[in-house]
Design a binder for this molecule. Structure first.
Ligand code: ZN
Length: 96
């Protein structure tokens, strides 16, 4: 009589994960809407990435925001606003 095969004999392990990643796109200075102080503001891109075996496969979501260096207050941005900030900052650096 043939031995019945154990269904777990050929079990495959796949490790999937969602990794959040934040990076500072640029640093600009303007009056913060939270504390009213003229302070440096970090424009940050936050992306959630789907990974398999710790290798990033694709970005699931992206969001943009500025963080005030004085009070830590955050303000959500659209992608266009974030890219405009990056463009503005790079142009300003060339001039000065
Ligand atoms: Zn502030």
């Amino acid at each position: 009589m043939p031995r019945r095969r154990d269904p777990y004999d050929r079990m495959m392990f796949l490790i999937f994960g969602v990794t959040p990643r934040e990076r500072v796109l640029t640093v600009v200075a303007f009056v913060c809407e939270h504390c009213g102080t003229h302070a440096t503001q970090h424009v940050i891109e936050s992306a959630s990435r789907l990974s398999s075996f710790f290798i990033p496969l694709l970005a699931l979501s992206r969001r943009y925001f500025v963080v005030c260096s004085n009070c830590g207050g955050t303000t959500a941005l659209t992608k266009d606003q974030a890219m405009h900030g990056v463009e503005w900052a790079s142009h300003h650096r060339e001039v000065s």
